[in-house]
Design a protein around this ligand. Sequence first.
Ligand SMILES: [Zn+2]
Length: 106
Amino acid sequence: MNEEHTTSENEDLDEEILFLVSQTFKAISDPTRIRILNLLSKKEHSVNELGEKLNLKQSTVSHQLSFLKNLRLVKFRREGTTLYYSQDDEHVMAILQQTIDHAKHN
Ligand SMILES: [Zn+2]
């Protein structure tokens, strides 16, 4: 069979989706962001808590959180002057967990 596909049947991904997919993999390809997302998969954390648990400067944590926030992978709530971050996308967290499980099995 050698049928032409019509536009509506085109199974290729459009450029916007391709860009978002590649940005998403980029987001979870960085060790620091992986550590942050792993902690946020368990519960919300303040920027300070993340810095302390991961032994990172607050500026480093904030920089990575804003990267993740732009992709809508995390969200925050404000309590006084403290920002509490939590995960905001079950798909990407599932991919991350799958990949962690994959890395752990032999
Ligand atoms: Zn595996």
